[in-house]
Design a protein around this ligand. Sequence first.
Ligand SMILES: Cc1cc2nc3c(=O)[nH]c(=O)nc-3n(C[C@H](O)[C@H](O)[C@H](O)COP(=O)(O)O)c2cc1C
Length: 327
Amino acid sequence: MFRTLRPLLFRINPESAHRLTIRSLAAWQAVGCPGAPSAPKRSPVMVAGIEFAHPVCLAAGFDKDAEAIDACHALGFAGIEVGTLTPRPQMGNPKPRLFRLAEDRGVINRMGFNNGGIDAALPRVAGTKRRGVIGINVGANKDSGDRIADYAIGVAKAAPLADHVTINVSSPNTPNLRDLQDPAMLADLLAACDGARMIGGRRVPLFLKIAPDLDAKALEPIVRTVIDGGIDALIVSNTTISRPELRSRDRGQAGGLSGKPLQLLAREKLGEVVAIASGAIPLISAGGIDNADEARRRLDMGASLVQLYSALVFEGPGLARRIANGL
Ligand SMILES: Cc1cc2nc3c(=O)[nH]c(=O)nc-3n(C[C@H](O)[C@H](O)[C@H](O)COP(=O)(O)O)c2cc1C
């Protein structure tokens, strides 16, 4: 069915196609996700004390405003990260800001944390059926005078409802956000988030998501800071600002590149982080995962879970289940 619909969806501009997808999923969810195929059968995976039904999860940015959590679980994802959510709503960058690189099976985005704000999203999280893991990914407003405080607000607000909260310091589309990966700044950020994560005696697991545009030398102190800062899992990685050889018309657009063209880099960065961390922290691999072999490869390299987003654009909504069943 997706193969038939894909040429039509590809005629619509990518952001409208994405809105249409989220609206359709939300409508399907509102009537209880009829016709959802049975959940993939695999043994569960424990990461940071959280049970995932299998290792295949949806990466942040697909359901930024928590509109279709139940539907995403019904598609077969063991976990979904909503967000990135910021303390105050924000428009994001001017459109167009999302580009499909069909010939390369990639995506370039410079969305800039467009979202309705964490206060608007949380009631939707509270109203879900929780048929899988729910992570809430938090970030800072672009015009914030105190970005670290924004993260602490996000963690404190998300903690009562989230299975885990992800600190996203790796989006390339908010100017200077990635500076928070600098070990000294990162230590301050993690201390502030650690202070915000306790809720009614429960310490919500904190995940951190890093960029793939860090060389092994820069990664070493970051990974050490993350481990020392009490982070429970590390997501490797976000989109890249680097540009391998690309063929698609929109290859020159500014923003973060994801999907197939990110695959090799994401693998390489996972390998480097595995070597540095040597088992001290669970790792989650993201970047260009588009089939069961690639997912298997990341798990064999040392990741505990995988996350994907861009491949959904090209492979359709059955992908999570196909990968989970194919592992
Ligand atoms: C359109 C788009 C929006 C994204 N928005 C976010 C976001 O808000 N927060 C975040 O942490 N990652 C965001 N990402 C990054 C993805 O979560 C993921 O880390 C990255 O795309 C690599 O995985 P993939 O190659 O499977 O897409 C976004 C990716 C895309 C394509």
